[in-house]
Design a protein around this ligand. Sequence first.
Ligand code: PLP
Length: 441
Amino acid sequence: MTHVFHRNPQHTLKRAVRGQGISLFDEDGRAYLDASGGAAVSCLGHGHPEVIAAIKAQLDQVAYAHSSFFTTQACEDLADFLAQRAPEGLEHVYFVSGGSEAVEAALKLARQYFVEKGEPERSQFIARRQSYHGNTLGALAIGGNAWRRQQFLPLLVPAHHVSPCYAYRDQRADESEEAYAQRLADELDAMIQSVGPGRVAAFVAETVVGATAGAVAPVRTYLQRIREVCDRHGVLLILDEVMSGMGRTGHLFACAEDGVAPDILTIAKGLGAGYQPIGAMLASHHIYSTIAQGSGFFQHGHTYMGHATACAAALAVQQIIERDHLLDNVLARGEQLRARLHEIFDEHPNVGDIRGRGLFVGVEFVQDRGTKAVLDPALKTHAKLKKQAMENGLMMYPMGGTIDGVHGDHVLLAPPFICTAADIDDIVARLQRTVLQVLPA
Ligand code: PLP
């Protein structure tokens, strides 16, 4: 009997006892290739000696100092590092302990900004169907995954949802990428008009959709068109890069590839690479100074914000990624991974789409690749794939409800940035075996 309140009490979990490089080891000594970095977290792999040393050094100085009494060098240095590399205008970094906290901070900052600016009627948020922004009530309220929201609906503040940018399913055969992007921007424009342009605080979107839809990147001009719509209506753009940011796509900030800078941006996961729990919200200088010169107080906060040890770990992680040019590896290995997946799956009747950017890769499974008809959700193909993969010593991140929270199956691959060409081949070989066991071609 365990006294731990596990997320899924009906499942017995193996104990992880060791992590080394891109592998985790269980209590029986079995190795698992961590091809998803847990949930796109462990971007430096496991047991990195320099990150461990940085954590120990910080513990020897000061583990924690409450943010209402002190700042710390680690917190200041990490903020400098991020602000110097962030998209244009994002100059201020607010450190929290994870992705949901970062999103909550973003929502409250957007609201307080408009109150201080003299536009208190702006209280509404628009987000996208099938998005995931976290499990706390504010983040869940704006999230668009029907299944995750369903039983908590009575607790959620109302939010408005528009279509995701999901070219595989929604771009029309006779429609160019530009026309598709424009259609989605027009839909956002219409939603802002119907809510009331002076009532909308922000539009929130994942730069690349992660857990709920499986590495769905926007078409090239989508975010630019969205930025224009937001600007036209004085609506803030909040980009959630909790999963897609910090190098996962091959760019430290995923939106850099789209040539767009948001007003507020959230990061977590790869920021601390799992060595410490840490997330952050980056805000534009304009928003920051509106509050600094207004009330002078952002009415938010948590006990562990700006945690010195977490900041020291994240700074070490980010410095190593930059020093070792690991984002070049992310781009090269990502190309290799997608190319190998195409080689082995392009003829498989149940593989509908292979997609993603950098080492953020999704494979969508279907009943029929010609019609894109989905597999029966009752088959729980995603759960079978996960179980079989673990038996094959492979960790990947499968999910059901890809399309609407109920229909669709995909797996998400997010291997550590340190993986080699041989590691990618090993991951693909194990994935191929797993898929053929669950879905024989
Ligand atoms: N936002 C996105 C895009 C995410 O993928 C996640 C987690 O998967 C979150 C927010 C929530 O982050 P956390 O689980 O650290 O609270």
